[in-house]
Ligand binder design. Structure first.
Ligand SMILES: [Zn+2]
Length: 164
Protein backbone atom coordinates (compact mmCIF):
# COMPACT_ATOMS: atom_id res chain seq x y z
CA UNK A 1 0.00 0.00 0.00
CA UNK A 2 1.16 3.50 -0.79
CA UNK A 3 2.46 5.56 2.14
CA UNK A 4 2.83 9.31 1.85
CA UNK A 5 5.92 11.13 3.11
CA UNK A 6 3.88 13.51 5.18
CA UNK A 7 5.18 14.10 8.68
CA UNK A 8 1.65 14.31 9.96
CA UNK A 9 1.00 16.94 12.58
CA UNK A 10 -0.58 15.20 15.56
CA UNK A 11 -3.29 17.85 15.71
CA UNK A 12 -4.51 17.23 12.14
CA UNK A 13 -7.83 15.42 12.58
CA UNK A 14 -8.32 11.76 11.69
CA UNK A 15 -11.56 10.41 10.24
CA UNK A 16 -13.43 10.07 13.55
CA UNK A 17 -12.55 13.63 14.53
CA UNK A 18 -13.63 14.85 11.09
CA UNK A 19 -17.04 13.23 11.57
CA UNK A 20 -17.24 14.99 14.96
CA UNK A 21 -16.27 18.32 13.36
CA UNK A 22 -19.10 17.92 10.83
CA UNK A 23 -21.57 17.29 13.65
CA UNK A 24 -20.32 19.71 16.28
CA UNK A 25 -18.63 22.56 14.43
CA UNK A 26 -15.30 23.20 12.77
CA UNK A 27 -11.99 24.63 13.97
CA UNK A 28 -11.72 28.38 14.24
CA UNK A 29 -10.18 29.62 10.96
CA UNK A 30 -6.79 31.38 11.07
CA UNK A 31 -8.45 34.40 9.39
CA UNK A 32 -11.52 35.10 7.28
CA UNK A 33 -11.88 36.33 3.69
CA UNK A 34 -15.44 37.21 2.72
CA UNK A 35 -16.52 38.59 -0.66
CA UNK A 36 -19.86 39.03 -2.40
CA UNK A 37 -20.90 36.62 -5.12
CA UNK A 38 -20.32 39.36 -7.70
CA UNK A 39 -16.79 39.95 -6.42
CA UNK A 40 -15.92 36.25 -6.65
CA UNK A 41 -17.35 36.15 -10.15
CA UNK A 42 -15.16 39.08 -11.15
CA UNK A 43 -11.86 37.72 -9.82
CA UNK A 44 -12.23 34.02 -10.70
CA UNK A 45 -12.34 32.27 -14.07
CA UNK A 46 -15.69 30.71 -14.99
CA UNK A 47 -14.46 27.24 -14.07
CA UNK A 48 -12.89 28.37 -10.78
CA UNK A 49 -16.15 30.13 -9.90
CA UNK A 50 -18.32 27.12 -10.76
CA UNK A 51 -16.24 24.71 -8.70
CA UNK A 52 -15.30 26.86 -5.68
CA UNK A 53 -18.42 28.97 -5.26
CA UNK A 54 -21.07 26.68 -6.82
CA UNK A 55 -19.64 23.31 -5.67
CA UNK A 56 -19.28 21.92 -9.16
CA UNK A 57 -16.78 19.12 -9.86
CA UNK A 58 -14.19 19.34 -12.61
CA UNK A 59 -13.95 16.50 -15.11
CA UNK A 60 -11.63 13.71 -13.91
CA UNK A 61 -8.16 13.63 -15.49
CA UNK A 62 -8.71 17.18 -16.71
CA UNK A 63 -5.70 18.71 -14.96
CA UNK A 64 -1.94 18.26 -15.14
CA UNK A 65 -1.94 18.76 -11.36
CA UNK A 66 -2.94 15.11 -10.90
CA UNK A 67 0.47 13.87 -11.97
CA UNK A 68 2.49 16.79 -10.58
CA UNK A 69 4.56 15.85 -7.56
CA UNK A 70 7.10 18.68 -7.37
CA UNK A 71 7.76 20.07 -3.89
CA UNK A 72 5.70 23.00 -2.76
CA UNK A 73 2.53 24.35 -1.28
CA UNK A 74 -0.96 24.22 -2.74
CA UNK A 75 -2.99 27.32 -1.92
CA UNK A 76 -6.71 28.05 -2.10
CA UNK A 77 -7.25 29.67 -5.51
CA UNK A 78 -9.77 32.11 -3.99
CA UNK A 79 -7.98 33.45 -0.89
CA UNK A 80 -4.39 32.14 -1.24
CA UNK A 81 -4.41 30.30 2.10
CA UNK A 82 -1.93 27.38 2.07
CA UNK A 83 -4.05 24.20 2.34
CA UNK A 84 -1.90 21.24 1.28
CA UNK A 85 1.78 20.42 0.94
CA UNK A 86 3.27 18.25 -1.80
CA UNK A 87 4.58 15.79 0.84
CA UNK A 88 1.01 14.60 1.49
CA UNK A 89 0.09 14.33 -2.21
CA UNK A 90 -0.40 10.87 -3.66
CA UNK A 91 -1.77 9.30 -6.81
CA UNK A 92 -5.14 7.75 -5.99
CA UNK A 93 -5.82 7.01 -9.66
CA UNK A 94 -9.15 8.85 -9.48
CA UNK A 95 -8.33 11.65 -11.92
CA UNK A 96 -8.33 14.29 -9.19
CA UNK A 97 -5.37 15.53 -7.12
CA UNK A 98 -5.33 13.58 -3.85
CA UNK A 99 -3.82 14.48 -0.51
CA UNK A 100 -3.54 12.57 2.77
CA UNK A 101 -3.86 15.59 5.06
CA UNK A 102 -4.10 19.39 5.11
CA UNK A 103 -1.06 21.32 6.36
CA UNK A 104 -2.83 22.49 9.51
CA UNK A 105 -5.98 21.54 11.44
CA UNK A 106 -7.71 24.88 10.98
CA UNK A 107 -7.49 25.46 7.19
CA UNK A 108 -10.21 23.01 6.10
CA UNK A 109 -13.91 23.23 6.97
CA UNK A 110 -15.76 19.90 6.91
CA UNK A 111 -19.41 19.92 5.86
CA UNK A 112 -21.94 17.12 5.35
CA UNK A 113 -22.90 16.72 1.69
CA UNK A 114 -25.94 14.56 0.94
CA UNK A 115 -26.38 15.81 -2.61
CA UNK A 116 -25.13 12.61 -4.28
CA UNK A 117 -27.53 10.18 -2.60
CA UNK A 118 -24.86 8.71 -0.34
CA UNK A 119 -23.59 10.91 2.49
CA UNK A 120 -20.19 12.44 1.84
CA UNK A 121 -18.02 14.95 3.65
CA UNK A 122 -17.16 18.08 1.74
CA UNK A 123 -13.74 19.70 2.27
CA UNK A 124 -13.94 23.48 2.02
CA UNK A 125 -11.48 26.29 2.64
CA UNK A 126 -12.00 27.40 6.24
CA UNK A 127 -10.94 30.96 5.41
CA UNK A 128 -13.21 31.79 2.43
CA UNK A 129 -15.58 28.74 2.22
CA UNK A 130 -14.34 27.77 -1.27
CA UNK A 131 -15.43 24.26 -2.20
CA UNK A 132 -12.25 22.20 -2.61
CA UNK A 133 -13.55 18.63 -2.92
CA UNK A 134 -14.39 15.76 -0.59
CA UNK A 135 -12.60 13.68 2.06
CA UNK A 136 -12.84 9.89 2.39
CA UNK A 137 -11.58 7.40 5.02
CA UNK A 138 -9.72 5.22 2.49
CA UNK A 139 -6.40 7.05 2.19
CA UNK A 140 -2.86 5.82 2.84
CA UNK A 141 -1.16 5.74 6.24
CA UNK A 142 -0.41 7.56 8.43
CA UNK A 143 -3.57 9.69 8.16
CA UNK A 144 -5.83 7.10 6.50
CA UNK A 145 -7.50 10.02 4.73
CA UNK A 146 -7.98 10.79 1.07
CA UNK A 147 -8.72 14.38 0.19
CA UNK A 148 -10.07 14.23 -3.37
CA UNK A 149 -9.62 17.80 -4.55
CA UNK A 150 -10.50 19.75 -7.67
CA UNK A 151 -7.31 21.05 -9.28
CA UNK A 152 -9.02 24.33 -10.21
CA UNK A 153 -9.62 25.03 -6.51
CA UNK A 154 -5.88 25.06 -5.92
CA UNK A 155 -2.94 27.19 -6.96
CA UNK A 156 0.45 25.48 -6.86
CA UNK A 157 3.00 27.80 -5.36
CA UNK A 158 6.00 28.42 -7.61
CA UNK A 159 9.43 27.68 -6.05
CA UNK A 160 10.50 31.30 -6.62
CA UNK A 161 7.81 32.50 -4.21
CA UNK A 162 9.73 30.85 -1.39
CA UNK A 163 12.70 33.16 -1.75
CA UNK A 164 12.81 36.08 0.70
ZN1 LIG B 1 -9.95 30.07 0.51
Amino acid sequence: MMVTQAALRPDVPRWRQIVDLVRNGNAKPPRRVERSDAEWRAILTDEQYRVTRRKDTERPFSSALCSLFEPGLYRCVCCDTPIFDSTSKFDAGTGWPSFAAPIAPDVVRYVADDSYGTPQIEANCNVCDAHLGHVYPDGPPPSGLRFCINAVSLRKEQPAERQP
